[in-house]
Write a protein that binds this ligand. Structure first.
Ligand code: HEM
Length: 268
């Protein structure tokens, strides 16, 4: 009720929130308008330019294009919010864990140098999209890291109507439903008795090929219709960063590398 009152009277942190929202909206809209004025979207290869070029190809009138830009502004903001802290959080845990698992670090280096030799690349920054996709062990290690330390550890939904969950549980209208990817990643029932161990191998088949698992067992990117739209991009971004950093630097964590035990190691 307090929240509604503050919002109605445009007061306190609700006022601050609205002002902040307007600042962010204005900033993104300026980027879109500048691109439009300078015709830069025609040559740009970034996501926004591609969206703009597609929208302008549809031949909208001025009013329609203004609405499209607002829609595009919201898409861009959700991509920035969705993609910024999530990947950086995952990478922070990843480098921390890696220092505590030298064998895993060794296998990543090995996979990378084999790939670079087979592609005749001298620097990981020259790796292509397909090359990065072929890094199965690294993909597994990142997935394993996010199983134990999911960037979105808890998520919720508010029901718009009475409903029944697949297991028969009744959920009333207006109730909050939560799921915890953090707890699920540490459940013996789902991941076995070694669920507290950081084991990228659990994601690989006998040929070392990455095996994805059900979104509902591993809801790190959510599941169903509202699943993360940037999942594949996130993996590519994280892989590019990992290979570039490991190629140039030796990361040593102050106080020793990370293990699950060092950070709330209990199974659920
Ligand atoms: C490790 C990295 C990431 C994780 C763990 C992650 C996780 C998630 C989760 C849990 C959701 C569902 C949120 C909800 O509906 O309550 C989500 C949605 C979304 N994510 Fe990500 N995300 C990651 C990276 C990215 C990146 C890099 C982008 C874009 C470049 C992105 C774009 C989005 C968008 C647009 C949605 C909204 C989808 C929708 O509501 O239909 N995410 N993400």
């Amino acid at each position: 009720m307090v929240w509604n009152l503050k919002s109605y009277f445009n007061n306190g942190n609700e006022r601050k929130y609205k002002e902040a929202n307007e600042t962010v909206n204005r900033f993104v809209m300026d980027v879109i308008k500048t691109k439009e004025k300078q015709n830069r979207y025609k040559t740009g290869v970034d996501l926004l330019s591609r969206f703009m070029a597609l929208s302008l190809d549809l031949g909208f009138n001025d009013d329609e294009i203004e609405e499209t830009w607002k829609f595009l502004r919201d898409i861009i903001i959700s991509f920035i919010f969705g993609g910024k802290d999530s990947t950086s959080t995952a990478l922070t845990w990843f480098f921390w864990l890696l220092d505590g698992h030298p064998q895993c670090k060794h296998l990543i280096h090995k996979e990378l140098s084999m790939l670079m030799t087979s592609c005749h690349h001298t620097h990981p920054l020259n790796l292509t999209f397909n090359d990065l996709n072929n890094l199965n062990y690294l993909h597994a290690a990142l997935s394993e890291c996010m199983r134990l330390f999911p960037p979105v550890p808890m998520n919720s939904r508010l029901t718009v109507d009475d409903d029944v969950l697949p297991d028969g549980t009744h959920v009333g209208k207006g109730w909050f439903c939560y799921y915890s990817a953090y707890a699920m990643g540490r459940m013996e029932r789902l991941w076995g008795s070694d669920c507290r161990e950081f084991k990228p191998e659990r994601w690989l088949d006998g040929n070392g090929v990455y095996q994805p698992c059900s979104q509902y067992k591993y809801p790190v990117f959510n599941g169903g219709f509202r699943m993360c739209l940037g999942k594949e991009m996130a993996y590519i971004q994280m892989k590019s960063v990992v290979v570039a950093v490991l190629h140039e630097f030796e990361i040593e964590v102050i106080g020793g590398g990370g293990t699950v035990e060092k950070n709330g190691g209990s199974a659920v």
